[in-house]
Ligand binder design. Structure first.
Ligand SMILES: Cc1cc2nc3c(=O)[nH]c(=O)nc-3n(C[C@H](O)[C@H](O)[C@H](O)COP(=O)(O)OP(=O)(O)OC[C@H]3O[C@@H](n4cnc5c(N)ncnc54)[C@H](O)[C@@H]3O)c2cc1C
Length: 437
């Protein structure tokens, strides 16, 4: 988007678009290919007031960029290049084909239409003010204006390995400490780990508990985040238990604050409310009614207490959640020894209701950049001009996208920020050339 807008500005000024895009991977925009589970939620069409509430860092800094290329303009831009789009629940925009490759193809075609040269397998090793750009294979490029759009540190296999952060720092820019965001949170006992490191690699094997929960998807739940025992946030929606830990839209939503708190040494826990629509008193009544129905049912006559409990839980939660729920809530069943061979099993209905309303997960770590959707932190926006994206430290240098200290929630916001800041950087990098004035 940055290359396109630089070229657009030059062409509109009657000049040839001498814009070259250096991409280290064999093909450009590998990360975009995996966005939105391969469907690419390329923007969110909320207006700025609502959109900005989803920007987790430096919303004020990106405001000018957003107004220069708002999300509706991004939708129109893709439509204008022949890519039909659809807007789904939550104002999230996708290519109508639901193929992320259409977004990549459109970006590439748009660049080619203006004569942008895209050079792949061109890994930049270093940049010198002036500018000289040296590739790892020794090739050199000279340019009057330089835009760095190298992304953050997450999903390094797509090419985003944080190189731009290192160059910016070497050139005298401040770096806001980075950490993974929109990532899985790991509950205590979920993985076979000694809990020494906060970063628990996604490939770390699951424990028995992790195995019993992995694959469970929960809809319409309430998830609350507590830091040092105080609830800070609460979100309604869906979560997934995966091989990484607890994630999904609501898990992701809380992950930024949770990871930051863990990194700062705070105690972090999540409280899962499986029945947010009813309060504890109503739920307790409901649980007791269901239990009475099961006891009355003639088919229950020869069923043991523990199995009856399972039948009860099956009426209150997805079946695949029951093993994890019972393993983490031993208090729901009490054994009363009445004699040598006589043990009475009690099903504690009040405890079940309480556990349904407040399932506690102590969080011991998080999945790192290997599978985090975005990088929080980055090159400090204080060293850049919001209206142009130009560096205050190195004139002629522009930064855009995730390499900067900007990040947002899931829902198309991150790509929109990359597109908006990219477009503004491209426009101003070209506009500032003496030949354009
Ligand atoms: C699994 C996943 C799903 C996501 N889904 C969505 C979604 O649906 N909607 C949304 O809005 N956001 C989503 N995101 C976030 C979004 O993809 C990023 O925020 C966005 O791609 C950032 O754009 P960028 O241009 O700043 O950086 P990137 O997309 O990371 O691009 C940086 C590019 O720079 C290249 N590069 C890096 N270093 C060098 C070098 N030294 N030399 C040459 N080239 C280099 C890289 O190869 C890469 O192509 C998702 C992210 C992930 C990981």
């Amino acid at each position: 988007m940055a290359a396109y807008h630089a070229a657009r500005t030059l062409v509109d000024a009657g000049l040839a678009a001498q814009v070259t895009l250096l991409e280290k991977m064999p093909r450009p925009a590998r990360k975009v290919m995996i966005t939105g589970k391969g469907r690419c939620n390329f923007t969110n069409v909320k207006d700025w007031n609502e959109f900005s509430a989803h920007v987790r860092s430096k919303a004020n800094f990106v405001k000018s960029a957003f107004y220069n290329l708002p999300s509706q303009a991004v939708v129109d831009w893709f439509e204008g290049f022949g890519m039909p789009t659809v807007v789904e629940r939550g104002d999230r925009a996708f290519p109508a084909s639901h193929h992320a490759s259409d977004v990549v193809d459109t970006l590439v075609a748009a660049c080619h239409s203006l004569g942008v040269k895209i050079v792949t397998e061109a890994e930049v090793a270093s940049i010198e003010p002036g500018f000289t750009v040296t590739l790892t294979d020794g090739r050199e490029w000279k340019c009057a204006r330089l835009i760095v759009a190298t992304g953050g540190l997450s999903y390094p296999t797509t090419g985003s390995t944080g190189d731009g952060l290192r160059w910016a720092e070497a050139l005298g820019h401040r770096i806001v400490p980075t950490f993974p965001s929109l990532t899985a949170l790991v509950p205590r006992g979920y993985k076979l780990t000694e809990d020494k490191d906060l970063h628990i690699d996604r490939s770390t094997p699951l424990s028995e508990l992790g195995q019993s929960l992995c694959g469970v998807q929960l809809k319409n739940i309430q998830l609350s985040l507590s830091i040092e025992g105080t609830e800070t946030d609460s979100e309604f929606g869906d979560i997934d238990f995966t091989d990484g830990g607890l994630e999904g839209p609501v898990g992701f939503q809380l992950s930024r604050k949770a990871v930051k708190a863990l990194v700062n040494g705070s105690r972090v826990s999540l409280v899962l409310d499986l029945k947010p629509g009813v309060d504890l008193t109503e739920l307790t009544v409901r649980v007791k009614e269901l239990w009475a129905e099961i006891e009355k049912d003639p088919r229950s006559r020869h069923v043991r207490e523990k199995e009856r409990c399972r039948i009860l839980l099956g009426k209150l939660m997805p079946w695949d959640l029951i093993p994890g729920f019972t393993a983490t809530h031993p208090e729901i069943i009490t054994l009363e020894r009445r004699g040598r061979a006589d043990t009475k099993v009690w099903v504690n209905l009040v405890s079940i209701a309480k556990a349904l309303k407040a399932w506690q997960f102590e969080i011991v770590g998080y999945v790192g950049y290997e599978r985090a959707v975005v990088t929080a932190g980055g090159v400090s926006t204080d060293d850049f001009v919001a209206k142009t994206m130009e560096s205050r430290v190195v004139p002629g240098l522009y930064l855009c996208g995730e390499v900067l200290d900007i990040d947002a929630d899931t829902g198309g916001y991150n790509l929109q920020l990359a597109f908006s800041t990219g477009a503004l950087a491209g426009l101003n990098a070209a506009k500032s050339l003496p030949s354009v004035d």
